[in-house]
Ligand binder design. Structure first.
Ligand SMILES: C[S@@+](CC[C@H](N)C(=O)[O-])C[C@H]1O[C@@H](n2cnc3c(N)ncnc32)[C@H](O)[C@@H]1O
Length: 269
């Protein structure tokens, strides 16, 4: 099980930024490929409350079966979209039920998940996709970059501590963190897939993104202090400076992510 518990409030807070930041063309390309291949079954791994479903369902009317898998039954119970009020809900772990469920899917997708997984799990997931001939759309994997419009001398300290924390054990072995999406692309290519890996950065600014940015910063600081308690005072001072500028709407920050589309051999899109 993961040490990280994702609360529904945090997932709701990030949903708008997630949806607007995605590489929208990938959903369309997958629709074209699905039309040719006759795909109808989609599996969303680590679905949480169904943000990925809510983005994709209106764009993928060709889907007949939506299956959502998460080990948090509480989050999963609330997962739905307007056009999919009652998806198949699978309570289980990515390492067991998750890998098994891939064998029943034409398309495997995940949002904000890949940076939590280990190389071992990722390689097993790609093998499972390849033996099934399933396509993959893995979006919003954190890429390790955080760029503020007005740099602060300790931005790098916070970012480096966060990135080191990202590569700790997250329940499936040592997490890949920012390396996850490029590594997934390598695995899919080695399996003969055609792949596209494009940036899908969060661009946060203004009152509309204030709550998300403040919450994000709290998470970064908690992670940084857990890793480097001896730097607590310096980290808290950074947090105080940044909090003041975010609350005054004097901020712009770009948090890097990657979206990955992987299509099996013989698929055109
Ligand atoms: C960052 S959240 C993303 C949720 C959702 N995909 C979204 O975009 O809002 C990661 C999700 O993966 C789930 N998760 C983490 N580790 C898992 C595991 N080992 N097995 C099953 N689900 C897991 C968490 O419960 C959480 O819902």
């Amino acid at each position: 099980m993961s040490d990280d518990v994702f609360d529904a409030g945090w997932l709701a807070l990030r949903e708008a930024a997630d949806h607007r930041s995605r590489v929208h063309a990938f959903a369309n390309r997958l629709t074209d490929a699905a039309g040719q291949a006759g795909w109808t079954r989609v599996l969303d791994l680590g679905s949480g409350t169904g943000s990925n479903l809510r983005y994709l369902a209106p764009r993928w009317p060709w889907v007949r079966t939506w299956s959502l898998l998460d080990h948090d039954a509480g989050l999963l119970a609330t997962a739905q979209a307007a056009s999919v009020p009652d998806p198949v809900r699978l309570v289980g772990d990515l390492a067991s039920e998750g890998l098994a469920a891939i064998s029943e899917a034409d398309v495997v997708t995940a949002s904000a998940l890949l940076d939590l997984v280990s190389e071992t799990w990722l390689s097993a997931a790609v093998r499972a996709c390849a033996s099934q001939g399933a396509a993959a759309l893995f979006v919003l994997s954190y890429d390790g970059s955080i760029a503020w419009r007005d740099p602060d001398e300790d931005d790098g300290l916070v970012r480096d501590a966060l990135n080191a924390h990202q590569q700790r054990e997250k329940g499936l072995g040592q997490a890949l963190g920012p390396d996850a999406a490029p590594r997934a692309e390598q695995f899919f290519r080695a399996a003969g897939y055609s792949t596209s890996l494009d940036p899908s950065p969060w661009r946060l600014s203004g009152p509309g993104d204030r709550a998300l940015t403040l919450s994000l910063m709290r998470g970064w600081i908690d992670a940084a202090i857990e890793l480097q308690p001896e730097k607590t005072e310096r980290l808290r001072a950074w947090e105080a400076r940044r909090t003041e500028s975010v609350q005054a709407d004097r901020y712009e920050v770009v948090v890097g992510h990657h979206d990955l589309l992987a299509l099996p051999p013989g698929t055109e899109a």
